[in-house]
Design a protein around this ligand. Sequence first.
Ligand SMILES: C[S@@+](CC[C@H](N)C(=O)[O-])C[C@H]1O[C@@H](n2cnc3c(N)ncnc32)[C@H](O)[C@@H]1O
Length: 361
Amino acid sequence: MILHDIFPEVYDDLAFDIEAYVRAMAMKLAQTLSVDDADSFVEEKLRDVAFVTRALQDFSRSEVMSILGDLDDDSRWSKQIADFEKFMLRNVDPKGFEGAADDRSLGVGLFLDGALVCLGEHQRTFKFIKAIFSRIEELEARGLSDIEVVDAGCGPIPVMAIMAALKSPAARVTCLEINKASLRMAEKIVERMGLSDKIDFVECDATEYEHPFDIDLLVSETMFTGLTNELIVQILDNLSQYMAEGGFIIPNEISVIAKIESSSSEYEMEPLSVYEYIPDEREGERRISFEIDLDDMPPGSYTLDLGSVVKLASGVQVEGDDSGISSFGTVGEFYVPEDGGTLKVSYLAGEYIKDIKISVN
Ligand SMILES: C[S@@+](CC[C@H](N)C(=O)[O-])C[C@H]1O[C@@H](n2cnc3c(N)ncnc32)[C@H](O)[C@@H]1O
């Protein structure tokens, strides 16, 4: 069992029996209503899809909201998010998922262990939840009766979609996922949490998918640091065509940061912002090209690292060591000659880090 191998203590502690939970809810209702034959009443309720769904959804909402509490209390966030992760893990059933997500080209398909690593990047997960909650509160304040949410690249543990669905009774979420096995697993989790009537799934390529309604909130975490390896730019460029007026996109801005370090001396350049991406409907290729003047640098070998600052909502951003979507990763090495020169870097958004060519002229 993959989950058991990765998180034995959590899985053993929290093995979750949905039927037992719903049974207890039904028994409580039987007692409240002073039903004569409580056992038959409970059996009937266990076959009542609407009751079961409502019971699970109430449970999920009250549990998650009590775990998360006040997201602005900086002293608690680490415990809040660790407890939230445990809650989510109780709803993961890894059966049938082993080896299913086998296409990893450009971030397509995520093994369960990869999804758990994403969820376990606590700063990343916490900040996305914070941004989703704050944007939904803003949309609710406008009095919308339906809040149309799209989670592009929901992965096998569709945490963004679940958060949006639990946050507001008005939220209706569509999860887009290119990988069939991930999609199926996400569907199962959503069912276990009683959210099937609030969250739909579409197996598709989000760089081409056409959404039939105006989107109030678009969220996507299909990225890697330096806008490399994964196709968030192409996904957001496509889906931003379907935004409702005043709708929100998470993330709403991504900066690529470059850093140069000497391989042999202490020399380290101040990180430089070299590219800003703001999602819009622009067509054509998205190329990240920049040059860095090397004339003032001592001759020798250097490395180029790329990182990102990912802005999610006002005052909420993922940066530095928060996550693999922001932390510096080495792109390549180069040599600065006696007479200096210019470092030239050019790559398409989403290109694999290993394929990025750098040159000094
Ligand atoms: C890094 S995971 C994020 C999972 C989850 N949203 C989270 O934040 O924990 C990205 C997911 O996007 C999916 N994906 C990548 N490219 C896609 C595309 N073009 N269309 C739809 N889904 C895509 C991958 O299969 C993967 O499951």
